[in-house]
Write a protein of this length. Sequence first.
Length: 290
Amino acid sequence: MKDITEFTCIEYEVPEPGIARLWLNRPATANAQDTRLLYELNTAFDRAAHDDDIRVIILAARGKHFSSGHDLGEKEWYETMHDYRTVAPVCGFACAGAERQMAREEEIYLGFSERWRNIPKPTIAAVQGKCIAGGLMLAWPCDLIIASDDASFSDPTVSFGVNGVEFFNHLWEVGARKAKEMLFTSDALSAEEAQRLGMVNQVVLRAELEEATLVMARKIASKSRFALKMAKKAVNGAQDAQGRDVAMQNAFHLHQLAHTHWLKLHDLLVDPNGLPEATRKALGLDRDKS
Ligand code: ZN
């Protein structure tokens, strides 16, 4: 088991005092999330959380797109899971059946997203381009989202036979009716629509995304660190009092049932008939030209 001592999939920087900025840095894959990237990101969030000089954390992305989601091309992950120091008391990575996949998703998908949501410091996601499925699981745990005008947000998982991404926060992001539309159709929300629904705080021109995010971070960093922590706890606690955390667990277990269903039918985690088309649609690719 090894600790991560250097980053290869992300960058960590302090652009100015009090502000940490984490960059997703796999632009060639539209910042697809493999195991390594997620553990690096978790280590970076911990570093920023533990550093008392850091008051605000920005999550940004290199390249055209924020994130294309989980790296579904990653095979044999179970052989490397034990290389990482797990953050949750989970077991079963090397086991058979549904146990192995559930352990992985409890740790690096739902587990990480919930953990980052509860970092006791304000976090801001700066989102450009596509933010697809697992991409939502990086943006949604952040306290604020600033999007560029070219950003779009989608969860196309129903198209390949799953109820939604592992961090099932749709209801608390866009409301029940829009959440159903988003899930049932796999259609993307534009930045403008996401702002109107309250999911996004600001929409800015692509060229202004970095500066607009820093302006917001600066404003927040000038406030009391302890007051910010308490304000965040108060809002997150209110959402959980509405049943958010219980609903999240329920949706996660349905998600595991869906994986088990497709494993039984096709020895794959998702419906292979829906996946290529859903991915193509989510990436905005034209069927005839690609
Ligand atoms: Zn899953």
